[in-house]
Design a protein around this ligand. Structure first.
Ligand SMILES: [Cu+2]
Length: 430
């Protein structure tokens, strides 16, 4: 009779169960490890990963890539060695009832090696890292400045006019340059060293377009710089990476890179004077509804009050906690809305623009949102009840603590007719 059979027979029912559980537990653990590793590997293979740090699309991101590969490999090799050593030691020297091994002290050369090897590795990583951080922070060769402000929960962009009357080095063809204010998508010329001067109106946000550069926190009362630069036309997606409140997950941003000819067209279009909808159209009714319902928060540059003929100027500071609402002058010139969280384009039209080759991209982006391509579902839902789509408060009584000012766009109780009119009007804003 072998020892184990003997052992089994003397086991109480309880110990048998525990040991079976232990075995099952081990199998479950192994399965869990396999599933986790497997899905991590598969997730790495995902082809549609617009926020992939490993696919740099500009000089700054390329510099980060050149550093992160060797660091990742070094850390990987060290990691494997350490884990393997732990595994071997745990197995070989586990307690088998053997006597305590001989205790040794004061092997100086060994201790020096344990200090020297990590010190050399850390120094080899630190020197290029500090150098790169300094290089990425350089601002003296800036060719274009764009101010960016974090809001709960969207980004506002404000293109400065330089002293020589240009914007990013481009002079408008027809009119005098004036600041361009937009949101969600920041449009930049290709191969241009753009400097974002970022801040925040309410809480700390963080700006990150993984394929173009690292992250930068945007902090109320401070101005932080971040270089954006790309050589390939296209749209580069990003996401706020500092928890900034309930709708943090709905705070995205996109950088749109255009060839210089296309950037010129974009600039001219942004600065085009306002044109009112033709009288008697649905869009004209929409303009009146917009003035009555929306213009106190949203600016449309050049909009005249259809009744009074006076210029309509928004004053969101009286209604919105952060003091701002997106400028809607050229809403349909961008193709996402509300913190770049929803598409203004239907899925087919979106794919046509987003998956375009760098050569075709500019013309497709500049076409803006046509009536056939409008994603009416999401825009309607937004106008019907914005807070239902993008929550502002876990508890609505919190409104009282902000003097009745909302954190985002409030529910406005619009009728379906009004929404029809507004959509017709907004479709002309591009
Ligand atoms: Cu944020």
């Amino acid at each position: 009779m072998s020892h184990s059979e003997d052992h089994d027979r003397t086991m109480s029912p309880l110990t048998t169960t525990t040991s079976r559980l232990g075995r099952m537990g081990r199998r479950t653990t192994l399965t869990a490890i396999a599933v986790t590793l497997g899905s991590a590997v598969l997730a790495g293979c995902a082809t549609n990963a617009p926020q992939d740090t490993w696919k740099p699309a500009g000089e700054n991101a390329q510099k980060i890539q050149n550093l992160q590969w060797p660091v990742f490999l070094t850390a990987g090799v060290v990691g494997v060695i350490v884990m393997a050593a732990i595994g071997i030691i745990v197995l070989r020297f586990r307690d088998k009832g053997q006597p305590i091994p001989e205790q040794t002290h004061g092997k100086a050369w060994l201790e020096y090696m344990f200090i020297a090897i990590p010190a050399v590795i850390l120094a080899a990583i630190a020197i290029p890292t500090v150098g790169l951080v300094m290089a990425l922070n350089s601002t003296d060769d800036t060719e274009c400045i764009i101010n960016v402000t974090g809001q709960q929960w969207w980004w506002e962009y404000d293109y400065e006019v330089s002293a020589d009357g240009t914007i990013c080095g481009f002079a408008p063809s027809a009119v005098e340059a004036s600041p361009i204010i937009t949101s969600g998508q920041v449009v930049i010329p290709a191969n241009t060293k753009v400097l974002l001067r970022g801040t925040s109106r309410d809480v700390i946000h963080s700006y990150w377009i993984p394929r173009l550069n690292g992250k930068r926190d945007m902090v109320p009362g401070r101005v932080h710089f971040l270089r954006l630069e790309s050589d390939t036309p296209g749209i580069y997606a990003g996401q706020c990476t500092e928890f900034c409140g309930l709708s943090h997950a709905n705070m995205r941003m996109e950088t749109v890179v255009l060839e210089s000819g296309d950037f010129q067209k974009w600039l001219d279009n942004e600065l085009e004077p306002y044109s009112a909808p033709a009288a008697g159209t649905l869009a004209a009714e929409g303009e009146a509804t917009f003035v009555a319902q929306c213009s106190r928060c949203h600016q449309v540059n050049g909009l005249l009050d259809p009744n009074k003929g006076t210029l309509v100027v928004s004053y969101p500071d009286q209604f919105v906690y952060s003091g701002a609402s997106p400028n809607l002058t050229n809403l349909m010139g961008r193709n996402t809305f509300a913190g770049a969280s929803w598409d203004l384009l239907t899925p087919e039209c979106r794919a046509d623009v987003w998956d375009a080759t760098p050569e075709e991209f500019g013309a497709k982006y500049l076409a803006g949102v046509t009536p056939e391509c409008l994603n009416e579902i999401d825009l309607r839902e937004w106008l019907r009840n914005a807070p239902a789509k993008k929550p502002m408060y876990a508890d609505p009584t919190m409104l009282d603590e902000t003097d009745g000012k909302t954190r985002g766009m409030p529910y406005l109780g619009l009728s379906e007719d009004q929404i029809d009119q507004l959509i017709a009007y907004l479709l002309e804003r591009k």
